[in-house]
Design a protein around this ligand. Structure first.
Ligand code: FAD
Ligand code: SIN
Length: 536
């Protein structure tokens, strides 16, 4: 039960698809994705992609905004390269069929938090949907690419699985064990080169803007295989998720504030005035913390975002998706404010990747939200993540093309089939959903926007307990998507809390009441976690 490919890509979001398009001519390529091909965070992106197109803007402005928001942890070389190649990649996406909004023949540019200039290229408020469908349409025209939906990667195959010692130089990747969700079987996808493009981990938190595929699988799998993981404590909370009783999350893009939207508390006061010179367009951590404080002080469940003064015509044209969504739940943004709350949105940390997309595991690349490249540092500038994803898909593809002759010739190992002996159904599945809720709510309540040592230690003890429990359950029971999800979420939660405890300061998205200031002497560095080769 083994499928053999030259290149295996995990994930069908912007990072995985862009990389696939660029390497498809090299050989046999497979993309696996754990639900439907469109089930990605990319598909829900609203605001757009940050890039310099305005005559009054400059690369230097974009670079400085990114570095300032990154609070001293972004890598200036990475930022400079990414920002300067932005316009090229926007044009490339447009050529692939992404229908960006134009005004008088040029890109219409939105403004978002932390940006000193208007520079967010967008397709109304459904940029991600247009990108995802354009890339999938382009992909359908390529030969050599097999796309497997409803296939969940379980673990990265290294020497360890072939019964070999991990060499001193570190592990190598030989492909993945993959669970075919529909046919309930585990297969080997053997590959000479693997690209991890599994997206973020917002679903680790009870309240998130992310779809339920965002469970940190890539970070958890890479950690288990011995990769270096960095900066997981930097979780970005988006200030304005729609407050509603519906389970499906829905974002109210920051571009609404860029178009003049005002944040008001339930007593009608415009609370960002006097808190930051950029008011509602302050960086996200500042706005999210202000809302968090107001909710804690007042006991209210939400604040409001008011764009009604821009009038119905404008809102319908600029924000059609938001208008329709709000109307569907009985809120009319043209005449009343929209109730909003902060929610976990983006992971700045992840699997460490260098400027060629290579990770610390040989023949394993990473791009997109799963990776930590040095672009975002301690906080991400709005709309810089789609940019980072296309830039790194491109770097990785260039490295792949340059080294493909050598990659093609590498010696592969014989990998044993998945072993389910000794496994039987304990029929205790209720604990899986209960444990999932426990972790998600612990993370929200103790490891959220504002942290403290007591809360973090408490959360670590309890998450470790659940993690031990799920590890045992995983070994004794047949594979299911629910168990795989919980196993990954538990691993990510524990790593995130360990990173947060290690950073004894406040910087960017990590705010700890016990150390309210940044400590540049000790902590102007990445927090790196690495397991020592499959022994944990
Ligand atoms: P994704 O698009 O999330 O794709 C991940 C893929 O990996 C999916 O196909 C998933 O099924 C697959 N996968 C995961 N685990 C497994 C597994 N174990 N096995 C198989 N497949 C797996 N950023 C911006 O720059 N601008 C914006 O306007 C913007 N708006 C956003 C709005 C929302 C609501 C959200 C949630 C995010 C937004 N972001 C925005 C962030 C940005 O969309 C994401 O960071 C980016 O799309 C991530 O792309 P990706 O390719 O890395 O991952
Ligand atoms: C938004 O549209 O507010 C999200 C943009 C982003 O996450 O970069």
């Amino acid at each position: 039960m083994s499928k053999e490919y030259d290149i295996l890509i995990i994930g069908s979001g912007i990072a995985g698809l862009m990389y696939a398009l660029k390497v498809s001519r090299l050989g046999k390529v497979a993309i696996i994705t754990k639900k439907n091909r469109m089930d990605t965070s990319t598909n829900y992106a609203q605001g757009g992609i940050a890039s310099v197109f305005s005559k009054t803007d400059s690369f230097e402005n974009h670079i400085q905004d990114t570095l300032r928001v990154g609070c001293g942890l972004s890598n200036p070389t990475v930022v400079k390269k990414a920002v300067e190649s932005g316009p090229k990649f926007i044009k490339e996406l447009a050529a692939l069929g992404v229908d960006f909004t134009h005004r008088r023949g040029i890109f219409d540019l939105g403004r978002e938090g932390g940006h000193s200039h208007k520079r967010v290229v967008h397709s109304a408020d459904h940029t991600g949907r247009n990108i995802e469908s354009a890339l999938l349409t382009a992909l359908a025209r390529r030969k050599n690419i097999d796309l497997y939906e409803n296939h969940t990667a379980i673990d990265i195959i290294t020497q360890y699985h072939a019964g070999r010692d991990i060499p001193r130089s570190g592990p190598s990747c030989f492909g993945m064990y993959v669970y075919d969700n529909r046919h309930d079987k585990v297969e080997i996808f053997s590959a000479r080169l693997t690209m991890l493009a599994t997206g973020g981990a917002g679903y680790v938190y009870q309240h998130t803007t992310n779809p339920d595929i965002a469970t940190g699988d890539g970070v958890a799998m890479a950690y288990r295989a011995g990769a270096k993981i960095a900066n997981l404590e930097f979780v970005q909370f988006h200030p304005t998720r729609l407050y509603s009783s519906e389970e499906e999350p829905f974002l109210i893009t920051e571009a609404v504030r860029g178009e003049g939207g005002r944040l008001i508390s339930t007593d009608g006061s415009r609370f960002m005035e006097g808190r930051h010179e950029m008011k509602e367009l302050a960086p996200r951590d500042v706005v999210a913390r202000a809302i968090d404080m107001i909710l804690k002080q007042t006991g209210d469940e939400h604040v409001y975002l008011d764009i009604s003064h821009r009038g119905r015509g404008f809102i319908e044209e600029r924000f059609p998706t938001i208008m329709n969504k709000c109307l569907s739940i009985g809120i009319d943004p043209a005449v009343e404010p929209i109730p909003v709350v902060p929610a976990a949105h983006y992971f700045c940390g992840g699997v460490m990747a260098n400027l060629t997309g290579n990770t610390s595991i040989k023949y394993l690349l990473a791009a997109g939200e799963v990776s930590c490249t040095g672009m975002h540092g301690a906080n991400r500038l709005a709309s810089n993540s789609l940019l980072e994803a296309v830039v790194y898909a491109d770097y990785a593809s260039k490295w792949t093309i340059k080294n493909f002759r050598h990659i093609k010739k590498r010696r592969m190992l014989s990998i044993p089939n998945w072993d389910e002996s000794g496994v039987f159904d304990h029929k205790e599945w209720v604990v899986v959903s209960h444990d999932l809720q426990t972790i998600r709510s612990l993370m929200w309540n103790y490891v959220g926007i504002v942290r403290s040592n007591t809360r973090l230690k408490n959360a670590l003890d309890r998450c470790n307990l659940v993690r031990r429990h799920i590890k045992k359950f995983y070994r004794q029971n047949p594979v299911t998507t629910e168990v795989l999800r919980l196993r990954n979420i538990a691993d990510v939660a524990v790593m995130l809390i360990r990173s947060a405890l290690e950073r004894r300061e406040s910087r960017g998205l990590h705010y700890n009441l016990d150390y309210p200031k940044a400590d540049n002497k000790k902590f102007r560095r990445n927090t790196v976690i690495q397991k020592h080769f499959n022994k944990d």
